[in-house]
Design a protein around this ligand. Structure first.
Ligand code: ADP
Ligand code: GN1
Ligand code: MG
Length: 366
């Protein structure tokens, strides 16, 4: 869409939610998927245009979010939790609807801004990461009671790693935008990890990995921390809450938060797994889950971290090969750089596989 249309859609959406023009309106956050804006109007709000390329059924997506947030809010109020800030609150349009569809077919939603909160792009203190792990683990535990039949699928095959492998090979063969010749090394790397791509699906088939209701996007910046105490306040970005594997949620947090570098670091010497962060996260996540993870799930945590790192690298590489349609990019080679960084991280995890396993074995004894 051209930028004139973008601006007029944004204005239209603001008009659907606010009687008067807000004091300020600005792009917000570092998400790769939705268009997020901070609206200030006496109070603060998060206005988002949902990404309908990624989420082709936004109505279903909103139904999921309303159901899940209601479930969490009930849990918070029964346990003296922070009902105001502990989960997302979807606000209605002036006409009382849960979302707004603009004249270009864009889908918008408004959330209460969770005040005095911050997100981190990088772990500053291990203790913050430990608390993040506890919060995601606890979120997993809370969702274990959620009726799975109420959840629609918002992204088909999101963490179906074998499918991601096939899609990457198709994109490489198809070479839609003439970039295939730049990625031969990366394709070789992926091909040499074909077996790993099947590891979680095989474990599931063997009955070792139960399907649970999971978050499926457990990046550090999908948790809001209290600005002053650094306690986690709220798990956000609930667009992908669907059936999945606990070890995938664990792995995605490790991939992003226990990497020594940022997700798109181009100096690959800086990329690598921080075992100390891996260890605190494993402890926090299992504690948050309240002892509900099975022995097989615990054993598969290191594999989960490796699979999801491979998968995320394959997803970035696929998007590079098809012309950057899925993830927002900030420079031309961004998706390729992100992919290279994931593959370097995976290579480092492989070097540290024994230590990753020993850490989990120690945890099992406690
Ligand atoms: P994306 O799917 O694009 O990652 P998110 O829903 O994660 O979008 O939102 C992007 C960013 O906006 C978050 O990382 C966070 O910084 C901020 N954010 C989202 N919702 C809220 C909220 N209710 N209160 C405060 N900040 C928020
Ligand atoms: C996206 O929405 P965001 O930025 O939190 C993506 C995740 C990827 C991640 C990689 C719906 O997460 O699956 O792991 O980018 N979300 C979706 O940084 O595809
Ligand atoms: Mg996000």
């Amino acid at each position: 869409m051209d930028s004139k249309k973008e601006i007029s859609s944004l204005k239209e959406a603001v008009g659907a939610y606010f009687q008067k023009e807000p004091h300020s309106l600005s792009p917000y956050g570092n998400g790769h998927i939705n268009d997020t804006f901070l609206v200030e109007n006496g109070k603060r709000y998060i206005l988002q245009r949902m990404n309908t390329y990624v989420f082709p059924k936004p109505e279903k997506l909103m139904e999921n979010i309303l159901g899940v947030t209601e479930h969490i809010r009930r849990g918070l109020s029964e346990n003296n939790g922070d009902v105001e800030r502990g989960t997302l609150t979807v606000l209605p349009t002036l006409k009382g609807n849960d979302y707004y569809v603009d004249s270009e077919g864009g889908y918008w939603r408004l959330y209460k801004f969770i005040e005095d909160s911050v997100t981190f792009e990088k772990v500053e203190k291990p203790q913050d990461f430990y608390l993040c792990a506890k919060a995601f683990g606890h979120f997993g535990k809370l969702l274990a009671e959620y009726p799975v039949e109420r959840l629609g699928c918002t992204v088909e095959n999101l963490h179906n790693t074998p499918w991601r492998y096939e899609k990457l090979m198709e994109a490489y063969e198809g070479d839609a935008v003439g970039r295939a010749s730049f990625v031969t090394k990366e394709i070789e790397f992926v091909k040499s990890h074909k077996e790993l791509a099947w590891a979680l699906e095989n474990a599931h088939r063997e009955g070792k990995l139960p399907l649970r209701v999971t978050h499926n996007d457990t990046k550090l910046n999908n948790i809001l921390f209290d600005k002053y105490t650094h306690e986690p306040v709220c798990v956000i970005d609930l667009d992908t809450v669907m059936p999945g594997y606990s070890v995938t949620d664990f792995g995605d947090s490790i991939r992003f938060g226990a990497n020594r570098s940022f997700e798109d670091e181009t100096n690959l010497d800086l990329v690598g797994l921080d075992l100390e962060l891996y260890k605190v996260y494993a402890r926090g996540y299992t504690e948050g889950f309240g002892g509900n993870l099975t022995a097989d799930e615990l054993s598969l945590l290191p594999v989960g971290a490796m699979v999801i790192t491979l998968e995320c690298g394959m997803r970035f590489l696929t998007d590079y090969l098809v012309g950057d349609l899925y993830f927002k990019i900030h420079r031309p080679m961004h998706n390729l750089e992100r992919a290279r960084c994931q593959f370097a991280l995976l290579a480092d995890m492989e070097k540290n596989k024994m230590s990753m396993t020993e850490i989990i074995n120690e945890l099992k004894k406690q």
